[in-house]
Write a protein of this length. Structure first.
Length: 317
């Protein structure tokens, strides 16, 4: 479960809501707008990834403000991660090692807390909403991914890597930028209740069509398929189904039906722009909570005493 930007507090609320001692998988996002210094790492990040049975850290490839699909941002700090000089940061420079000091410090911080963490680098790059995403950045993203995986493995060989690019969006088939099986442990895609007419039909037609490519791609590469984010989506502008118990139950049932091929799936319990939190969607949350609690309890039991440090194997949650 992703427990929102106030991760420690919301993770505690989620475990209480689901009647669990701890989350089987906790996820934190590193803030793309913070500096490379301690500002990126708040204590609640460490608390969340330390307390969960398994941890995921979603790591941006670029820091600072930048235009979507541009392959660059303005980092609030220079490449040394210390000098407070706004500096242009590009995917090409990341792949070339220019920003290694910043990423090394970040990976070392993660490894100190959880040397077996799953790292989701440059997520959702099939989309057209992040600076590292879109067709124009396909090669640059691939090259940066390979370099960052090598860098992270030098720090902790037990890190695992979730390639969150197994989809086609707006005409861009992101699987064409796959970095290769050597650099990937999990293959994934995110999905929300944004497919009209929503409900059961919205899942069966829209959502399943969207994730099937990634699911089949993962099977073809003998990798566990994952859904790092799934959840409700607000009705504003006619985009989402809102508090939609039929959709969320259909999503959960699909995940359960395909469990043998999956590494994990993570409900996005967040009150940010996605507005997917249990508290905002009480009817859907009430429908999902007992299902999620049972699944989470099974996962926690499988993971109890079985941290994956040094095994080199996948943890199926």
């Amino acid at each position: 479960m992703y427990a929102g930007p106030s991760a420690a507090q919301q993770a505690a609320e989620a475990t209480t809501y689901l009647n669990l001692d701890a989350l089987p998988l906790g996820q934190v996002f590193l803030d793309t707008t913070q500096s490379w210094s301690a500002g990126m790492w708040s204590s609640y990040y460490i608390a969340t990834i330390s307390s969960a049975a398994k941890a995921m850290v979603t790591v941006p490839m670029l820091i600072g403000s930048g235009t979507a699909q541009s392959g660059q941002t303005t980092s609030p700090q220079a490449a040394d991660g210390v000098t407070n000089t706004p500096t242009t940061m590009t995917l090409a420079a990341v792949a070339a090692g220019t920003w290694d000091t910043c990423f090394t410090n970040t990976f070392q911080t993660i490894a100190t807390a959880r040397p077996d963490a799953i790292l989701r680098l440059g997520w959702e790059h099939y989309g057209n909403w992040y600076p590292w995403g879109g067709a124009a950045q396909a090669t640059a993203h691939k090259n940066a991914w390979i370099h960052l995986v090598d860098l992270a493995r030098d720090i902790s060989p037990s890190f695992e890597f979730d390639w969150n690019g197994a989809a086609t969006y707006a005409g861009y088939d992101a699987t064409t930028s796959y970095p290769g099986d050597t650099y990937v442990d999990y293959i994934s895609v995110d999905v929300y209740d944004t497919y009209s007419p929503w409900g059961q039909t919205g899942w069966d037609v829209g959502a399943v069509n969207f994730i099937t490519q990634g699911y089949e791609f993962a099977l073809a590469h003998a990798k566990p398929f994952c859904i790092p984010e799934y959840g409700f989506y607000p009705t504003a502008g006619g985009v989402g189904g809102g508090d939609d118990p039929a959709w969320i139950e259909a999503a959960f049932n699909w995940i359960e039906d395909h469990a043998s091929d999956m590494g994990y799936a993570m409900f996005f319990d967040s009150n940010s722009s996605n507005q997917s939190a249990f508290a905002i969607n009480p009817t859907g949350g009430a429908a999902l909570a007992p299902l999620l609690a049972k699944a989470a309890a099974r996962s926690a039991a499988r993971l109890a005493g079985q941290r994956m440090v040094g095994t080199g194997s996948h943890s199926r949650l």
